[in-house]
Design a protein around this ligand. Sequence first.
Ligand code: NDP
Ligand code: 8X3
Length: 251
Amino acid sequence: MENTTAFITGATSGIGKATALLFAAHKIRLILCGRRKERLLALQKELAIFTEVHILQFDVRNNQEVEHAIASLPANFKDVDVLINNAGNAHGLSSIQDGAIEDWDAMIDINVKGLLYVTKAIIPKMIAKNSGFIVNIGSIAGKEVYPNGNVYCASKYAVNALNKAMRIDLNQHNIRVSAIHPGAVETEFSTVRFKGDTAKATGVYQGFDALQAADIAAIIHFVITRPAHVNIEDLVVYPTAQVTATILNKV
Ligand code: NDP
Ligand code: 8X3
């Protein structure tokens, strides 16, 4: 996939970082995004032996930052072929009556509005060249509501809806759109959800073989490397021990 440029949000950790590593191994030119600049710099240095890497530090919640970062791309990175809308997290795990407004704002602003801001800034060039690929990282939380998942689930239901909407609206421009909806993936996700409580976060992944970020990266790579006439709408991916959001066979 030489001569392909991919734009990955949330590349500083977990699924986004694993996708960056795999894409680099396939010589895909990379634009890596996130808020933690030191991680972006380290990744750029690590991957430079494989491919060209440009880093963009911005918060997806801030549309001005998003627009400015994307407008600032150097000429050889401006032509994005593949957008991986991955940045996102859960904040808190509380009943609707106990939920914190700032957690709700974060999830809606990052997982939904941030995804929209980035997509809006990237698609004009895809439309102009009549090609492109967008992969939206949803969740099983966007297919099924579970206890205390409320607003995180709502944000991922929105991603599921937006994936379908993008497919419909961008089809006339020959832009392929897919979503991946993972179950439990062992990343920093639960550390963020539980606000740095690492003991609680680690417990989420104990007693079964959780998905690893590299498993999802491999699926993303599979999706974007199908022949031009093939487009996968979405894939729901669980660890073998898990069959729904709440049925998980832990030993
Ligand atoms: P991580 O916490 O490991 O990674 C999240 C990434 O999102 C980081 O790179 C982070 O970068 C970025 N990010 C978060 N907030 C912002 C923001 N405001 N602006 C820019 N970037 C941001 O989690 P995962 O890799 O697990 O999560 C990736 C995606 O996968 C998310 O959309 C998540 O909802 C989804 N998912 C995860 C599952 C899991 O079990 N882990 C299961 C199903 C879906 P930085 O902090 O540097 O800004
Ligand atoms: C992450 C998986 O089950 O915690 O989206 O919602 S879950």
